[in-house]
Design a protein around this ligand. Structure first.
Ligand code: KG4
Ligand code: ZN
Length: 342
């Protein structure tokens, strides 16, 4: 495949690789903004019968899937090895075995192609998904980062400069969706199943507790999960649609209330959604309504950019490369990696 500038490569194309959990993903992104390709191979079917991600199975599936996924990302982008200016791979947080597959693969490609390798923080990747859909995103912005493993309220002051306003003290929002769905027999992952059922349910049917609603910015969802379980056991005839809608309403109410509060207190210009739970229909709708009411910009990335993907890793990797330079090739995976905050 030919190159654009004839000089041996397009010097702003980054290949992103994401293998932190159960999605094997690769993408080519130009200058951290323009998605040339984004391929995601989900292992959901593989893990569904176990009701959650089985780490060893995830690692093995990444080994099998990564080569074809990277090949498809390159072909779709119209890129060849020499077209790629850098390789960015997720180094954490995540499952250590799964991470190591992507990190080793990314380093090997960087060595073969003789281009820089950039290790990317998965959480920072989710923040950068906002820029892919909205390159002119206005900062400072409050980002609600809600996934299967994390629930964070972050003030993004400028690119790479974050303040952690609050976090969950127990379950993550996505974890609550998954656990409640499992209890209701809806399978894994639970978020999309509850989202679908809730569309036919009454969100006011049951007033479930809003954990820590009056506390500033921290979250708690484990009491809500227990409350749903207790309520359903006592009222077995309640329609599952109503339970799903009422549970979802409790989660969304807390998330949106705190994001609005944070935006008001910090003078942020915008509220952004990020992470898998940001694919939730009610959360998206309520965030848009709240931003209109409060005169804020709302950045709600496409559903594909909310859930795990490699375009967001390539975008964050591009920025890190400009800002910090390449990562050392002895950089390892860090399953407990935190977002770099001030
Ligand atoms: O960001 P993500 O793809 O992976 C992690 O890094 O965790 O998020 C996955 C989480 C799962 O808990 C899943 O149930 C949840 O996002 N999720 C949703 C929806 N789609 C995915 N939760 C609520 N509503 C959805 N539509
Ligand atoms: Zn994620």
């Amino acid at each position: 495949m030919s190159t654009v500038n004839g000089a041996g490569g397009r010097d702003t194309w980054v290949l992103g690789i994401e293998t932190s959990c159960d999605e094997t993903a690769a993408a080519v992104v130009d200058a951290g903004r323009d998605v040339r390709s984004s391929v995601v191979s989900s292992q959901v079917d593989l893990h569904a019968r176990f009701g959650g991600v089985v780490p060893e199975l995830a690692s093995r599936a990444h080994v099998d899937l990564l080569t074809p996924v990277v090949a498809e990302a390159l072909v779709t982008a119209g890129a060849d090895g020499p077209d790629i200016a850098a390789v960015a791979a997720t180094i954490g947080p995540g499952l250590v075995g799964a991470l190591l597959v992507g990190v080793s693969y990314g380093k090997a490609l960087a060595l073969v192609w003789d281009v820089p390798f950039v290790g990317v923080n998965h959480l920072e990747g989710h923040l950068y998904a906002c820029f892919l859909d909205e390159p002119n995103l206005e900062l400072p912005a409050v980002v609600l980062l809600v996934s299967g493993g994390h629930t964070m309220l972050i003030l993004m002051e400028e690119q790479g400069r974050y303040q952690m306003l609050g976090e969950t003290i127990d379950d993550a929002a996505g974890e609550a969706f998954d656990k409640v769905a499992r209890f209701l027999g809806l399978g894994y992952p639970g978020g999309p199943a509850i989202d679908r059922l809730a569309m036919d349910g009454d969100p006011e049917a049951v007033r479930f507790p809003r954990g820590l609603l009056d506390e500033a910015y921290d979250f708690s969802f484990s009491g809500l999960k227990t409350s749903v379980i207790t309520h359903v056991r006592k009222n077995p005839d309640l329609a599952v649609e109503d339970i799903a809608a009422s549970f979802q309403e409790a989660v969304v109410d807390v998330l949106v209330t705190k994001a609005r509060r944070a935006a008001q207190a910090t003078g942020a210009k915008a509220i952004c959604l990020a992470g898998g739970v940001a694919a939730n229909s009610a959360l998206r709708e309520r965030t848009l309504d709240a931003c209109i009411a409060d005169g804020l910009q709302a950045y709600v990335p496409s559903r594909a950019m909310c859930t795990d993907n490699a375009a967001m890793i390539a975008a964050a990797g591009w920025w890190r490369l400009q800002h910090d330079g390449p990562s050392a090739l002895d950089m390892g995976a860090d399953p407990q990696l935190r977002l770099p905050v001030m």
